[in-house]
Write a protein that binds this ligand. Structure first.
Ligand code: TRP
Ligand code: ZN
Length: 883
């Protein structure tokens, strides 16, 4: 296989740009197939760059029409142009103006980067390197310019024209059916934050008064007729703006803030200055079409993109290696927002579930990389769970270590110092080092070292001395390119719990006032004195660090934690750990005894009887066992997905049986009465009710079917309807097919709802699922060009259907390989994402491994792969030299 080493970008090679661009004037004449872009750039040599350097502008599939330098049309011999670049060998050594005219074709743009069309509208996506698909530019995040954009379009085709910043002018073009708008953004920004939109759009909006009393018009634009589905997003935006003022002291800085929903989008959303563009899946919501989880995601992503206005836009990244500087920090901020708006413990559990399912998985496979990578071939492939989720965990640990007050002071200093600049991770850490006087150099290893540390803890109790000792060790597995690992700084929040629930008086001076011990060596011990009875340690409370913990606690100890721990996260964790042990045992030929299973089942019963209704959302999480993928990850090698599936089914059956009385009671008593509200408490009641239905059906097919049918018919919202359909999906034959057909009938004209329908069918864990997916690809609502459709059908099959994707005959792998190749010709970013489903192939058993390798090689051998796909496939196949 060809590895193009010339293409590798390295952090150590960073040097400032030789030229700077202070001002950009863009004139964009929108046209379906021939959009004209005239860019007037105010350039000057960078005093920090090389002198006498050529000017080399980035392009991507551009069609150059003309070049003018300081008003003089440049003759062909004075520059060199290709679709990929525009080079002027001898540019002026003083400030100058360059005007470049290009022509682009939005309709042919299926990569969804640059200017493209979605649902008949024009929109843009420039992060990371899409601006170079609009005009030739220094398309790197450390070149900050003030943009003025004139957008012109047909009045009928695009009555709404939006840009970054404030609208300063608009009107019609005399003698034509065209009109224009001029937008000016006074805040210097990198090109990746540029955006424009033109189209037919409905609007909902309101005024927002900032903390200093300024008025901001905030609005959400959606497909006309769907305005009422944008109310929740608008409300979430308003709450986000208020929260960022109250919690981080951050105020908005333009007169308008617009959000536009589009139906073809490569990711969740994009934080373009003053003009966020969203995948419509993360904007549109109504009780009839969106689930409680959809509402929660909308709220989180609206907040995320808004928070980028400070963490990302006002302070941006020096280079793409610093991506976590904006993404990790902004995820942390959106998580804090959701926790404040909803339930902190419940949200923390949800965060950790995704962290483990996605980031720990990535960190244990061939695509593992540090939160700040040191090299890349394709930056699009580094918008990963590691950069986002683990990046957020690092910020969280920092706050845990230095405390909330110093954290806020450090954030304030960071924003103050770095405002208007393109910063680095070092700048970020320095702000906290400076406000606390701490040396954070050891802590900064979290950015450099890949892999999930494992912390092993053993407890020793000495009754006569009334001493309890905890021995800690830490280690991290090798990852690609990093053979040896150093000890990390790991904040461990902990406490001691008595087996009977009574309080334990004990002292240990190495635990700070917030209950945190810092493990920063390969091994260390804690000594507690005055411990009157043998305690159960509650470790990593609130999941204080992104590590795997091995505890020498018995199932009995853990179930005592489920009952008595004051930390809700660890109550949940205790039940999960016990369930995981049982599932791993049952999947690997070490079947647990009936007593062990019953101990968990009755502990769950007791827990629910005592407290489920006090916090239904939390109870629903306790009832949801580790997923098949979680169990596979825990086993780690020679995995047999079929065995895991059987084990999980059996454990669920048993728990459902033991808890049947309570589950029926919850299902009955929590039935929806009033009108739907997406608030966390109402959602929590629905979650417990639906988790109950799910477990009941696992134990009793007939009862499950009857209740699910009734619920399907009577449901007044998508959460309940989908939950009942989910249960009906577990039944084979008639019942399932009828339900599938009825659902399709009801939502035939709702693409986002049909996505859910695609996903449910793609994840049926039975033979026949693959044929069904193939058949559904012919469905009129399916399209290979629409990322949401592809992800919900093919992506779900590959990522969520453990047994069918990892079929022993290799058909699941071959299927994915063929789809990846087909999608690569349309949308490389999307193809590369799908391909990451192969990141688990090395943990499978021998038969599956060899099939997966063959499928990967079939991709690798194809000529003309995109850089996106070739990067992922070569890393997935690479032997781990480190191990
Ligand atoms: N910066 C965006 C966010 O996390 C995500 C993003 C990066 C993106 N590249 C993209 C979105 C490409 C769409 C397409 O908020
Ligand atoms: Zn982001």
């Amino acid at each position: 296989m060809r590895t193009d080493t010339a293409q590798i970008v390295r952090l150590e090679d960073y040097r400032p740009s030789d030229f700077l661009i202070d001002k950009v004037e863009l004139d964009v004449r929108l046209d379906a197939t021939a959009t004209r872009v005239t860019a007037t750039l105010s350039l000057r040599p960078n005093p920090e760059g090389r002198s006498d350097a050529p000017l080399s502008l980035d392009g991507d599939e551009l069609n150059l029409k003309s070049v003018t330098l300081d008003g003089r049309s440049l003759p062909a011999e004075e520059f060199e142009a290709s679709p990929q670049s525009l080079v002027i060998a001898q540019p002026p050594q003083h400030p100058f103006t360059l005007t470049v005219e290009t022509e682009i074709n939005p309709t042919a743009n299926t990569k969804l980067m640059g200017v493209y069309r979605s649902g008949g509208n024009y929109c843009t996506q420039c992060e990371a390197e899409g601006f170079r698909r609009i005009t030739y530019f220094l398309d790197r995040p450390d070149v900050l310019a003030v943009y003025t954009t004139r957008i012109e379009a047909d009045l009928d085709e695009a009555p709404v024209l939006l840009g970054n910043g404030n609208r300063v002018e608009s009107g019609s073009v005399e003698g034509t059916n065209r009109h224009y708008a001029v937008w000016h953004d006074p805040h210097p920004k990198p090109s990746y934050l540029f955006a424009l939109v033109g189209g037919k759009l409905g609007r909902v909006g309101k005024s927002f008064t900032t903390m200093s009393g300024r008025n901001v018009e905030i609005a959400v634009y959606v497909e006309p007729g769907k305005e009422n589905r944008a109310d929740y997003a608008l409300d979430a935006l308003e709450r986000s703006m208020r929260w960022d003022e109250q919690v981080f002291g951050r105020e908005y800085d333009l007169d308008v803030f617009n959000i536009v929903a589009v139906s073809d989008f490569n990711m969740g959303a994009m934080e373009n200055k003053g003009l966020n563009i969203f995948n419509d899946k993360y904007v549109l919501a109504s009780p009839e079409t969106a689930t409680d989880m959809d509402y929660a995601h909308i709220e989180a992503i609206i907040a995320h993109e808004y928070f980028h206005n400070w963490s990302g836009n006002r302070v941006t990244c020096r280079d793409w290696f610093q991506l976590c500087l904006k993404e990790g920090l902004t995820v942390f901020r959106d998580q804090e927002f959701s926790s404040d708006e909803r339930s902190r413990p419940v949200d923390r559990i949800a965060e950790v579930k995704t962290l483990r399912a996605r980031q720990f998985l990535e960190d244990s496979g061939p695509l593992a990389h540090p939160v700040r990578p040191s090299q890349y071939r394709e930056i699009n492939n580094f918008y990963t769970a590691t950069v986002y989720e683990k990046g957020a965990e690092i910020v969280r640990m920092l706050k845990t270590i230095i405390g909330a007050e110093d954290f806020r002071r450090g954030m304030d200093l960071y924003f103050e110092r770095c405002d208007g600049t393109a910063a680095t991770v070092e700048d970020f850490l320095k702000a906290f080092a400076d406000v606390t006087g701490r040396d954070l150099s050891h802590f900064s290893r979290w950015y450099e070292q890949a892999g999930t540390p494992r912390v092993t803890v053993k407890g020793h109790y000495d009754q006569s001395a009334r001493i309890y000792r905890l021995d800690f060790t830490q280690s991290t597995q090798p990852t690609p390119g990093q053979a040896t690992k150093e000890p990390m700084v790991i904040p461990i929040a902990l406490g001691l719990v008595a087996r009977d629930g009574s309080t334990i008086e004990a002292t240990c001076e190495r635990i700070d006032a917030r209950g945190v011990f810092i493990l920063d060596k390969a091994s260390d011990s804690l000594i507690f004195t005055g411990v009157a009875s043998p305690p159960v340690p509650s470790l990593l409370r609130g999941f204080s660090a992104p590590v795997k913990a091995s505890l020498d606690l018995s199932n009995g100890d853990l179930l005592a934690l489920l009952q008595y721990d004051s930390d809700a996260f660890n109550r949940w964790q205790a039940a999960q750990t016990v369930a995981m042990r049982l599932l791993v045992g049952a999947s690997t030929g070490a079947a647990p005894s009936e007593e062990e299973i019953d101990a968990l089942s009755s502990a769950l019963h007791a827990f629910m009887e005592q407290s489920a209704l006090q916090d239904p959302a939390f109870a629903a999480l306790v009832l949801s066992l580790p997923s098949e993928a979680d169990v596979a990850q825990e086993i780690g090698a020679n995995v047999d997905p079929d065995a895991i599936h059987r084990a999980r089914k059996e454990l669920r059956r048993r728990i459902g049986e033991v808890c049947s009385d309570l589950l029926q009671h919850f299902h009955r008593s929590l039935a929806e009465t009033g009108s739907y509200s997406p608030d966390a408490a109402s959602a929590g009641r629905r979650a417990l009710r639906n988790a109950s239905l799910d477990l009941l059906a696992a134990a009793n097919r007939d009862l499950g079917e009857r209740l699910a049918r009734e619920q399907f018919d009577s449901a007044s919202n998508m959460t309940d309807r989908l939950a009942s359909l989910n249960v009906l999906m577990t039944l084979s034959g008639e019942a399932r097919e009828t339900a599938i057909a009825r659902f399709e009938d009801l939502y035939r004209h709702e693409p986002l709802v049909l996505d859910k329908w695609f996903t449910l069918q793609a994840t049926i864990p039975e033979d026949g699922a693959l044929d069904r997916v193939r058949r559904l690809m012919e469905h009129p609502a399916f399209s290979m060009g629409n990322p949401n459709r592809v992800r919900s059908l093919v992506g779900s099959f590959a990522m969520l259907n453990q047994v069918q994707f990892n079929r022993a005959d290799g058909a699941g792998y071959d299927f994915l390989a063929s789809i990846v190749l087909a999608v690569d010709a349309i949308n490389p970013q999307l193809a590369a994402r799908l391909l990451t489903a192969f990141s688990t192939w090395r943990m499978m058993n021998e038969t599956r491994r060899s099939h997966a390798k063959k499928a990967l090689l079939s991709v690798a051998e194809k000529p003309n792969l995109s850089r996106d796909v070739s990067d992922i496939v070569s890393r997935a196949l690479e032997e781990n030299k480190a191990s």
